[in-house]
Design a protein around this ligand. Structure first.
Ligand SMILES: Cc1ncc(COP(=O)(O)O)c(C=O)c1O
Length: 428
C-alpha cells in the first residue's frame, strides 16, 4: 500500500479529505482510501498492483464492467476525431433515439452532465409546468447535491424541511417537504394538506442510497393516484435504478407511469452524463422551445454520448438484465446459505443491486427502520473483504453493484470470504 498511502498524503494537502466526493474518503469504515490505477472487467487494480473484485463499479455506471471492448472502441473512435464541438453531433441523436425507442416513459430526452443536474432540471421543468414551487421528497432518498434536495425532516409530518448541509438557505429548504417512505396513511394526510401546492413528488425508482428500501407496488400506485388528483408531477429518479432492474427501469418494475424520469450512471457508460425525459408535451416546455431554461457547455458531448450508446446497445443486444438475473440468482443462493446461521445481517437484491443490512428480521422499507449499529459491523467486514481482495463500497448505507463482467466463480469467492468472516466471528 506504499504508493497509495503516499498519494493519499499528497492528496489531503490539496483536496478536502483527499477526495472529490465525500464517501470515497473511507470515513465510515476507517482507514485511508485506496488509489486505483486500472479497471479490468470485474476487477480493479490499485497503484500498488493489488487486484480487487469490484462491487462498487464506480457507483453504478459500469453495468458491463470496466473497459468493455465495445465501449472502449466507441470512445477511442470519437476521441480520434475530437471530443467536443459545442454543436449538435450524431452520437447524441443515436443515444436519444435509443432511449426513446426503449423506454415507454420517455418521448423526448435532454442530456446533461450529472445525475444532480438531471434531477435539478426535471424539478425546474415541473415547477415551470405547474406554476408551483414546492416539492415532496422522501427521507433516505438521495437525488444529488442540489440545494433544496439536501433537506432533512422538519418537525411534524406536514412541515417543510430544514437544510441538511451548511450553505443551503433555509428559504430553499422550506420549499421541500419531506416524509418517510412506505407510509401510506402519512402520504394521504400530507397530500390533503399540501397536495395543491406541490409542483412535483420525487422518489428514487428503487431507493438505494440509504440502504435498499424496496417500496410496495401498492404504495407507488397510491403515489401516482395522489399526484394525478392534486395535479403535481411524479418524477421517478432512476439515476441509480435505471438499467439495473430485471425490467430495466424501476417504473416498469412497478408498472407505473411517471411524468418525468431522471437518468445518469449507466446511460453515460462511465462518462459524466445525466438525462431527463418524459412526455413530449412536458419536454417541449424546455428552452428554446419553451420558457424553462436549461443549458450546458459539454451537454451531449460526443465522447459521453458514444460511451452511453455503446453501453446501451450492448445492454440490449446481449440481454444484460437476463444475465444479471442468472448471476444474481447464483449470488442469492450462496448468500442465503452463508448467512443461514447469522442473526445480525441480512442480504437483499433487486436486479444488479444488493445490500447487506443489519440487526433486523425483515428488510427495512424506510430509512427510519435501519439500525445504526450495523455501521460498526460493516466497517469490520469491509476491512476483512479488502484484505481478501474484495472491494465493497466504503459505507454500510451503500449498495453493491453486479455487472456482466463478473462470473459465477467471482461470486462464489465473495461468498467464501463472507463465510470466513462469519467463521472468525466478525459477523454473528
Ligand atoms: C438516485 C440518484 N439521484 C441523483 C444522484 C446524483 O447523481 P450525480 O452523482 O451524477 O450527480 C445519484 C447519485 O448517486 C443518485 O443515486
Amino acid at each position: 500500500m506504499k504508493t497509495s498511502q503516499a498519494l493519499y498524503e499528497k492528496a489531503v494537502a490539496v483536496l478536502p479529505a483527499g477526495v472529490n466526493s465525500p464517501v470515497r474518503a473511507f470515513r465510515s469504515v476507517g482507514g485511508t482510501p485506496i488509489f486505483m490505477e486500472r479497471g479490468e472487467g470485474a476487477y480493479l487494480v490499485d497503484v500498488d498492483g493489488n487486484r480487487y473484485l469490484d462491487f462498487c463499479g464506480s457507483w453504478g455506471p459500469l453495468v458491463l464492467g470496466h473497459r468493455h471492448p465495445r465501449v472502449t472502441a466507441a470512445i477511442e473512435d470519437v476521441v480520434s476525431r475530437g471530443w467536443t464541438f459545442g454543436t449538435p453531433v450524431a452520437e447524441e441523436v443515436a443515444l436519444a433515439e435509443m432511449v426513446v425507442d426503449k423506454l415507454r416513459a420517455v418521448e423526448m430526452v435532454r442530456f446533461v452532465n450529472s445525475g444532480t443536474e438531471a434531477v435539478m432540471s426535471a424539478i425546474r421543468l415541473a415547477r415551470g409546468c405547474t406554476g408551483r414551487d414546492r416539492v415532496l421528497k422522501f427521507r433516505g432518498c438521495y437525488h444529488g447535491h442540489v440545494d433544496y434536495l439536501l433537506v432533512d425532516a422538519g418537525s411534524g409530518l406536514a412541515t417543510f424541511g430544514t437544510a441538511s448541509s451548511a450553505g443551503v438557505p433555509e428559504a430553499f429548504a422550506r420549499l421541500t417537504a419531506t416524509m418517510p417512505l412506505n407510509d401510506p396513511a402519512g402520504l394521504a394526510q400530507l397530500f390533503e394538506s399540501l397536495g395543491g401546492e406541490l409542483a412535483a413528488v420525487v422518489i428514487e425508482g428503487v431507493p438505494a442510497n440509504n440502504g435498499l428500501l424496496v417500496q410496495t407496488p401498492e404504495y407507488v400506485a397510491q403515489l401516482r393516484e395522489l399526484c394525478d388528483r392534486y395535479g403535481c408531477l411524479l418524477i421517478f429518479d432512476e439515476v441509480l435504478s435505471g438499467f439495473r432492474m430485471p425490467k430495466v427501469m424501476a417504473y416498469e418494475q412497478y408498472g407505473v407511469s411517471p411524468d418525468l424520469i431522471t437518468m445518469g450512471k449507466v446511460i453515460g457508460g462511465g462518462m459524466p452524463v445525466g438525462a431527463y425525459g418524459g412526455r413530449a408535451e412536458i419536454m417541449q416546455r424546455i428552452a428554446p422551445l419553451g420558457d424553462v431554461y436549461q443549458a450546458g457547455t459539454l451537454s451531449g458531448n460526443p465522447v459521453a454520448m458514444a460511451a452511453g450508446y455503446a453501453t446501451l446497445r450492448e445492454y440490449y443486444e446481449s440481454d444484460v438484465p437476463g444475465r444479471i438475473e442468472e448471476l444474481g440468482g447464483h449470488l442469492d443462493r450462496g448468500m442465503q446459505d452463508a448467512l443461514s446461521s447469522v442473526a445480525e445481517m441480512g442480504y437483499l437484491r433487486q436486479g444488479s443491486l444488493f445490500w447487506l443490512y443489519f440487526h433486523r428480521d425483515e428488510a427495512p422499507r424506510a430509512a427510519e427502520d435501519i439500525s445504526g449499529q450495523g455501521a460498526e459491523v460493516y466497517a469490520r467486514l469491509h476491512r476483512f473483504m479488502l484484505e481478501h481482495s474484495i472491494y465493497l463500497a466504503p459505507s454500510s448505507y451503500e449498495v453493491g453493484f453486479l455487472n456482466t463482467a463478473m462470473t459465477e466463480a467471482d461470486l462464489d469467492r465473495f461468498v467464501e470470504v463472507l463465510r470466513a468472516a462469519v467463521k472468525e466471528g466478525l459477523v454473528q
